[in-house]
Structure formats: structure tokens, C-alpha cells
Ligand binder design. Structure first.
Ligand code: DUC
Ligand code: ZN
Ligand code: ZN
Length: 471
């Protein structure tokens, strides 16, 4: 039995803030208290002056995601290592049904996810619905521990499900207590705007933003909320970026619907002005939904403060700016002459915690407790991982992050651990740095040193029920 003692840190959970020691045995938190004795064999870590946080839970990643015309650049090995350096010890990644059956797609996802070095769960993206798919949903929920499904209201002809399909999935999910995650944008209308822009020669990256108006995110969000009301499905809006969508979520929650929403660091710290960069530079910011104006950003911060938004996830969906060395399939260069061909997505798996600490907590926009809730506790609860993940308590996995609240550093893509060749936040100075990370009691990040191992991550079979209301 290996024991680890993390001494004298300032422990922050979603509700508490106190100084104590944490005793870890066999990967679990055994005791928390002052002056704990771990015996002579224990590995001791002095956490004086550090914040001790529960390992981050990133509920939205696309690792090694092959969607035909493009593929994300991070493998599970590189992506989860980058996650760990950013204080994330659990990712819930999107498995794509694609042309396969959902169960077949999951098998393939497991083969790729076997190299993960932090713990991983899977959501299933459904882009086709029939009786067999609905049967697979049941099996996924009851046997495979895959208890959430993502549906796209955008990308007609490829990923999009129509309203009838969404309704069928929601009805099935509601019967089993599963969560339906939605990419809410009115895809068919966006397609008209995109086709018109390209035909008129408006092909630069900035037209990605111009053809995806915020109001169409609001409309789709409201439509999905109506279907959720009809079916009773627990519904979670991914990457919410628009104030109209936020308004719809606020109203639904006030009516008592089980509606949750996440936003992402790029919507909180960047605005649409990034698309005005010279040449093809704006392609770095081609993610969906696009970056919005300052007014939307202010609304998102308000949503985080008031509880309308429950989670901050990364939507880590990385493609390289350069064609080499990975090749065109992995590169934004596909859309050099036509913004509609730029693979949609951006990196962020390694910078979530430091960005939110620096730009959220240090600026006084949210409290430390609220930060922990948004980055760890709430996603663990919503996606059936709590209290194994998402908190620091006896019996929970000893996933711990030691954050130095005073260290200042500069974001540099050249120094991060993802395979992607740029950062949305290049050159940004941040205060607050991850110093040590433990996964189930094992030290995997020690300053700049990687002590983890590819494949040491475990697959997490998730339950359907949040053990208490995650807000
Ligand atoms: N939606 C996502 O969630 N990720 C990448 C692309 C997209 O449209
Ligand atoms: Zn999406
Ligand atoms: Zn995504």
C-alpha cells in the first residue's frame, strides 16, 4: 500500500476553503486533517502556499477525432498529457458515431483512447437515428457507462440531426435519465449564408463569423429547449456563446427544466475582433460557434456568476495552422481560399485552469469556490462522475492539483504539450501556475517534468444520475 501525504495546502472545493493535510492511500483520499501522520514510508509533498484543487474535469474534448474531411491533431496520449499539465485529470471525450453503429464506434474509440494518461469517459455523437441506434443507446447507458449523447443542429448533410431525430433521441434519453448535449445553431440557415458568401467571393476567415449570427444560436437553443420540455430530457448546451442562447437557458431553468449549459475560455477571453487579423491568421479562431462581441462576453460572465452557466469546458478540437509536418488532413490550410473549408475547432486543453484563475478569480469576477465548481464539481455531477471525481473528500479519487497562485508566466505554444502548432492565447501573461498534479495519488506532473505514462488513464463508466443538483 503506497501512501502519499500532501501537507499544509489551502484546500479549495466548491464549498470549502481551509488549510489541512490530505492523506492518500491506494489512490483514494483516506483522511483530511491537521498534522496527519502517514508513517515512515509515505511520499510527502509540502503544499505550503499552494492552492490544492480537485483535478479538473473537462467535459468537452475531441481527441483523435476523424470526421472524414479533417482529423484533430492530438492523440489521446498527447492530448491527455497536455490536459494534465493544465490541471485536468478527467476528460469526457466525444466519440463519433460516423458511418458505424454507436456500439461499433465506441469499440473503435476505446482502441484509440487506450493511450490516455488521465482518466477518460465518452459521450456519443449521434448523427443518424433509427430503431437500432435507439437500442444501442440503451446498451450504451446500461452496459457501457456512456450516459450522454451529443446532437448537432448545425452542419446539414453531415453531422446534423433534424428536429424529429432530436425528439426521438431526447425521448429515449429521458426514459433512462441520460443527458442530451446539443450543438445549438440553425444549420440550414447558416448553410444558405455560407453558400452566398462563398459565391460572392467573401472567402476570408472573417466570413466564418459573419455567416453564423448569434441570433441563430438563440433560435436553435430555444427550439431544443421546447423539445426538452416535451420529452423531459436532461439537456446540456455545449459551447454556449450568445446572449440570446443564455436568455433561453435562463428562462428554462427558471421554469424548472433540467437544462445545463457550458461555455469555453475562448468566449470569455477573446472577441470577434480576432477575425480582423491580417491574411489567414484569423483561421486560428475559426471555431464554432465563432467568437462574439464584447456584449455577449459580458453576458456570459454574468451567467457564470448567477448560475445560468454550470460549466467551463475547453472544446479542445485542435488543427494545425501549418500544413506540415502532419499533413493537410490535420491543417487549417484546407480553407486557405475558402473559409467554409477551414476545419472548425481550436485548442485549449492545457490553459483552461490558468486562464480562469487569472482572468476570473484574480479579477474578482468569480470566487475560488465557484471556479472549482465550474471546472470540476459541476461537470462531474452532471455527467455521473461525482463524488469519485470533482471534489476533495474522503473516498474520492486522489486527483489533486497544486496551483501556485503567485507565479506569473507567459503562454507559449512552443512550450505546451499538445501537438498543435499555435495557441489562441499566445503571449498572454498569466498569474497562477499548475505546479503538481496527482492522478489517483500518483504524481504525474511535477513542475515542467512529466512523470505520467501513456495508457495509465482509466475508462470511466459513468452513471446517469447527478447525486445532487449541480446548479
Ligand atoms: N462543435 C464542437 O463541439 N467542436 C468542434 C466543432 C463543432 O462544431
Ligand atoms: Zn459543437
Ligand atoms: Zn466540440
Amino acid at each position: 500500500m503506497t501512501s502519499v501525504l500532501v501537507r499544509n495546502g489551502r484546500i479549495i472545493t466548491a464549498t470549502d476553503d481551509y488549510i489541512a493535510d490530505i492523506l492518500v492511500e491506494d489512490g483514494l483520499i483516506r483522511a483530511i486533517g491537521r498534522g496527519l501522520d502517514a508513517g515512515p514510508q509515505a511520499e510527502i509533498h509540502d503544499a505550503t502556499g499552494m492552492l490544492v484543487l480537485p483535478g479538473g474535469v473537462d467535459a468537452h474534448t475531441h481527441l483523435d477525432w476523424d470526421f472524414g474531411v479533417a482529423r484533430t491533431v492530438d492523440t489521446f496520449a498527447t492530448g491527455t498529457r497536455a490536459a494534465a499539465f493544465g490541471g485536468t485529470t478527467t476528460v469526457v471525450d466525444f466519440c463519433n458515431q460516423g458511418a458505424a453503429s454507436p456500439l461499433g464506434a465506441l469499440e473503435d474509440w476505446h482502441a484509440r483512447a487506450a493511450t490516455a494518461s488521465v482518466d477518460v469517459g465518452a459521450h456519443m455523437i449521434l448523427n443518424r437515428v433509427d430503431d437500432e441506434v435507439l437500442r444501442d443507446m440503451r446498451t450504451l447507458i446500461q452496459r457501457e457507462g456512456v450516459t450522454s449523447f451529443k446532437l448537432f443542429m448545425a452542419y446539414p448533410g453531415t453531422l446534423m440531426l433534424d428536429d424529429g431525430g432530436i425528439f426521438r433521441v431526447m425521448r429515449e434519453a429521458a426514459e433512462h435519465g441520460a443527458v442530451v448535449c446539443l450543438h445549438a445553431e440553425n444549420g440550414p440557415v447558416i448553410q444558405v449564408l455560407v453558400d452566398e458568401a462563398v459565391a460572392a467571393g467573401r472567402t476570408a476567415p472573417q466570413y466564418h463569423e459573419a455567416t453564423r449570427p448569434a441570433i441563430l444560436e438563440g433560435e436553435a437553443t430555444q427550439r431544443a429547449i421546447t423539445l426538452a420540455q416535451l420529452t423531459g430530457a436532461i439537456t446540456y448546451f455545449v459551447h454556449l456563446s450568445a446572449s440570446q442562447a443564455l436568455g433561453a437557458v435562463t428562462d428554462a431553468r427558471q421554469r424548472g427544466q433540467s437544462i445545463y449549459a457550458e461555455t469555453c475560455p475562448h468566449y470569455l477571453f477573446l472577441t470577434r475582433e480576432e477575425y480582423e487579423r491580417d491574411g489567414f491568421e484569423g483561421a486560428k479562431f475559426v471555431m464554432t460557434p465563432p467568437l462574439r462581441s464584447r456584449e455577449h462576453q459580458d453576458a456570459l460572465w454574468l451567467g457564470l456568476r448567477t448560475g445560468t452557466l454550470s460549466v467551463i469546458s475547453t472544446d479542445h478540437c485542435p488543427f494545425c495552422m501549418a500544413e506540415q509536418p502532419l499533413g493537410m488532413l490535420y491543417s487549417k490550410q484546407q480553407g486557405r481560399d475558402d473559409f467554409s473549408k477551414i476545419p472548425n475547432g481550436a485548442p485549449g486543453i492545457e490553459t483552461r485552469l490558468p486562464l480562469v484563475f487569472d482572468g476570473g478569480v484574480r479579477t474578482g469576477r468569480i470566487s475560488l469556490n465557484r471556479m472549482v465548481e465550474l471546472l470540476s464539481t459541476a461537470p462531474a455531477k452532471i455527467f455521473g462522475l461525482y463524488p469519485q471525481k470533482g471534489t476533495i473528500a474522503p473516498g474520492s479519487d486522489a486527483d489533486l492539483v497544486l496551483l501556485d497562485p503567485a507565479e506569473t508566466w507567459t503562454v507559449r505554444a512552443a512550450e505546451h504539450h499538445s501537438r498543435v502548432d499555435y495557441s489562441l492565447f499566445e503571449g498572454r501573461e498569466l498569474t497562477g501556475r499548475v505546479r503538481k498534479v496527482f492522478l489517483r495519488g500518483q504524481l504525474i506532473v511535477d513542475g515542467a517534468t512529466w512523470l505520467g505514462r501513456d495508457g495509465m488513464g482509466r475508462f470511466l463508466r459513468r452513471t446517469t444520475s447527478a447525486s445532487s443538483d449541480p446548479r
